[in-house]
Design a protein around this ligand. Structure first.
Ligand code: ADP
Ligand code: MG
Length: 300
């Protein structure tokens, strides 16, 4: 399976799993950075993604979350640090190369064709056919059957796969997209703010499917600005702010309160301080706000 180990040794040595260093990460970003002209969108970011684990990326608007995903999903290559995926250093030049390795991204504004039945959307671009030559046609029955089965396997109960995608709720669409990625063999699943536009109940549904994907052995990257969504499902948390990492924790090392405080409190106060500064406020006021910021997350 792992051809890269087959160097000069012919790959013959059967390496026992136990007692040796832990299997390597599905993905590893090491001090990765990216700039757009003069804008540093991302700098010095280190993060791992493992099979059967959920890595959450948290940050406000402009934090660099999308830039990070774009590097991993092959839309924009990084220009600093190293990005290792599935055993080799990568510099993806197109989403196709990422996808071929099993890195699938589900974007918030899902490109679904609303009038299309669910099964059709599920197989879009990878349609199954039957027969050959002039008799080749879509294997509708099999596609419907597989769609039904895969959705069921994810615990998604949709009465009718013939239903147009447009009739599904936002949460259900996310779930169909997740099931689709799982079916087509994704090893890494990137979810860009899948709960951002959803209410509490639907968010809960999506969070459940994140766990389902994790339990099926995928490495999940869950992007969100909501620590309350991230904490219950996450194994690791990367906090980004203005393109920099302001924290990278295992779940054991951080509480929900700490995540929330670091996300919200600090960021808001600092922004306020900057706004005041820009407005040319009195130095004392600025200093006071900055002192607040400096006091850190425990406050507010
Ligand atoms: N294509 C681009 N060209 C120029 N600047 C960009 C581009 N994409 C993102 N940026 C800038 O990079 C920073 C990080 O953006 P982004 O990764 O979209 O953050 P997030 O997804 O966390 O909101 C922002 O300052 C943004 O304006
Ligand atoms: Mg974004």
């Amino acid at each position: 399976m792992d051809s890269r180990k087959n160097h000069a040794d012919g790959g013959a040595a059967a390496v026992p799993e136990a007692g040796l260093p832990a299997p390597e990460h599905l993905l590893r970003l090491d001090k990765v950075g990216k700039h757009y002209g003069n804008i540093i969108a991302l700098h010095d970011v280190t993060m791992d993604v493992d099979a059967g684990k959920v890595t959450c990326v948290l940050g406000d608007n402009g934090a660099g979350k999308s830039t990070l995903i774009k590097i991993i999903a092959g839309l924009h290559p990084h220009d600093e640090g190293t990005f290792t995926a599935l055993g080799a250093e990568r510099h993806f030049m197109s989403p196709r190369s990422a996808l071929d390795l099993g890195i699938a991204a589900v974007y918030q504004d899902l490109a679904v064709v609303s009038l299309m039945p669910i099964w059709r959307n599920f197989f879009l671009g990878s349609e199954l056919t039957t027969g050959s030559g002039p008799f080749k046609r879509l294997d509708v029955a099999r596609m419907k059957e597989i769609t039904r089965k895969e959705l069921q396997a994810m615990g998604i109960d949709l009465r009718d796969v013939e239903q147009p995608v447009g009739q599904l709720s936002g949460g259900e669409r996310q779930c169909v997209a997740i099931a689709r990625a799982v079916h087509f063999g994704a090893k890494v699943l990137i979810l860009d703010e899948p709960t951002a536009a959803l209410g509490v109940k639907q968010s809960g549904v999506v969070l459940r499917y994140i766990l389902q994907a994790r339990d099926r052995g995928l490495g999940v990257i869950f992007i969100t600005h909501n620590p309350h969504h991230a904490y219950p499902v996450g194994d690791r948390f990367l906090l980004l702010k203005r393109g920099r990492s302001i924290g990278y924790y295992s779940k054991e090392d951080v509480t929900l309160d700490q995540l929330t405080a670091q996300m919200a409190g600090g960021a808001e106060l600092e922004e306020l301080a900057q706004e005041l500064e820009a407005l040319g406020s009195h130095r004392e006021v600025v200093a006071e706000v900055q002192a607040e910021v400096g006091r850190g997350p425990a406050r507010t």
